[in-house]
Design a protein around this ligand. Sequence first.
Ligand code: 5GP
Ligand code: ZN
Length: 112
Amino acid sequence: MTTSNTCIFCSLPATSLIDENELAFAVRDIFPVNPGHTLLIPKRHVSSCFELTDEETLALMQLLRRAKEAIDAEFKPDDYNIGVNNGPLAGQTVPHVHIHVMPRYRGDVDDI
Ligand code: 5GP
Ligand code: ZN
């Protein structure tokens, strides 16, 4: 499995994981835009979502379903923004691909 010694997401402690499968894991964002903001991250260090294998893509989507169930149960959001900032010009600050799962609540700000 490819990892990077200098990568924050390759160095996260196992105790911070809230879910995982063979190829990916989920953590809460350290600076959540809304309660329940979660990141889905492949275990292999790759910066771009276009480098993911089919198996990693499926693993991430399986975690997405489970993350939604868990966030629904704990935080009861109304909707979700789900997305990837792919590349620095697109706002990616951590160069290890991650899917943002951002719960939305009626009346919260539009600009997240
Ligand atoms: P990006 O800007 O690359 O799309 O998103 C990076 C995300 O990672 C940000 O939402 C930021 O709050 C989050 N983040 C940065 N460092 C850490 C960390 O050490 N732990 C966790 N859980 N999230 C982090
Ligand atoms: Zn990494």
